[in-house]
Write a protein of this length. Structure first.
Length: 382
């Protein structure tokens, strides 16, 4: 653009402005950068044929990223299921988190050929003892330092209790660690894990969680309350807060959207302790367009994206949820378009055709256009 062309050759890390990956190695005009990013006051710019250099007052850039803050890693331990083919569990969470700059260490609670919605599936289940062996190996090398833990599907109480022990130990080592829990118990009135997992979640897992992402049925199971109205949903989220988590998102509910039955209602609640000691609570409502298909792995993707976007917007649940839901919308729309094309006119897509188009959605994961807006229901001081 403009009359001067340079290649943006320095990748920024924790810089006060962001250049999408698509603009790298494209012409850049220095005055336009200055106008687009007022935060660059005090920065210096230089150029040579085919190259463009930006140097901050702290010398973060210019090819020498010396600042420890700039080099700081954000590392996630993700304990979820794994499939060889398709996207569910860790396959739905790891790639999107890596795209957004997180280092992810993954432990696969199960390893299946594909998700169980197919006609056939084979694989192995990790035992509590095997989980302990893996974790001990990490500890022995002194590389068990994490900023986040993410957990999803589990079918065994001993395995889940071992996960609890690991979380407690890691939180003791890093009190600032954030635990994101997707309490996978069931949906639409039916549990698809053994019932004896429920008390473990209620009494041991949820109290450790900082961010909780149940659907309506799971929230009702955990609190013993039924959700029929928005007021019920708000009360259930407050009860979940009382159990431990400071952020709760009901990823799907049966509540009627004001836009009609073609929209799914999700709600969120966040409690924040400000620097002056006061506590602020915010509750939001989202109307998400429905798609007439059954997708697998979307809940795992939602939890991973909420982890990422709450990291970038720790005190702004509205923005974090808008970006999370917008990523979901883009991925699902792309998946549906592909599945319909593969299935052909008038035919229902198969489970294989409905596997999430994750790699193809990389740009939307990195920088999602906001297509889902959240409405603030209430903001209050405590």
């Amino acid at each position: 653009v403009g009359s001067s062309s340079f290649s943006f050759s320095v990748l920024t890390v924790n810089a006060p402005f962001r250049c999408p990956s698509s603009c790298l190695q494209k012409p850049v005009h220095v005055p336009i950068i200055r106008r687009a990013a007022p935060a660059l006051q005090g920065w210096t710019f230089s150029s040579s044929p085919g190259r463009f250099h930006a140097v901050s007052p702290l010398n973060l850039l210019g090819g020498l990223l010396r600042s420890p803050a700039a080099m700081q890693e954000r590392r996630v331990l993700s304990i979820q299921s794994h499939v060889v083919r398709g996207y569910v569990g860790n396959k739905s969470a790891v790639f999107p988190l890596q795209v957004l700059g997180f280092e992810v260490d993954s432990i696969n609670s199960v390893q299946f050929s594909n998700h169980t919605g197919y006609a056939h599936w084979k694989g192995q289940v990790l035992t509590a003892e095997e989980l302990n062996v893996l974790y001990e190996g990490i500890k022995l090398n002194n590389v068990h330092h994490y900023d986040y833990i993410l957990t999803g599907y589990s079918r065994d109480t001993s395995f889940l209790e071992t996960v609890v022990d690991i979380i407690k130990e890691l939180k003791k080592a890093n009190p600032g660690l954030v635990y994101v829990c997707d309490p996978v118990l069931g949906d639409q009135g039916a549990m698809y894990v053994p019932e004896n997992l429920l008390p473990v979640y209620k009494n041991k897992v949820v109290p450790l969680a900082d961010i909780l992402t149940p659907n309506q049925f799971e929230a009702e199971l955990l609190t013993g309350r039924t959700i029929k109205t928005a007021a019920d949903a708000v009360q259930v989220m407050d009860l979940l807060h009382d159990m431990g988590p400071e952020t709760v998102v009901l990823t799907s509910t049966d509540l009627l959207s004001k836009h009609g039955d073609q929209f799914l209602v999700a709600l969120g609640s966040q409690k924040i302790k400000k620097a002056d000691g006061t506590r602020v609570s915010q509750k939001i409502w989202m109307d998400i367009p429905k798609v007439d298909a059954v997708f697998v792995g979307t809940g795992d993707l939602f939890a991973a994206m909420l982890l990422a976007w709450t990291h970038h917007h720790p005190t702004d649940l509205k923005t974090a949820c808008e970006k999370t839901a917008s990523v979901m919308h883009h991925v699902i729309q792309r998946t549906m378009a592909y599945a319909n094309e593969m299935a052909g006119p008038g035919k229902r897509p198969s489970p294989a055709q409905l596997e999430l188009r994750m790699v193809q959605s990389k740009a939307d994961i990195e920088n999602p256009a906001t297509v889902v807006q959240a409405e603030v229901l209430e903001t209050s001081l405590h």
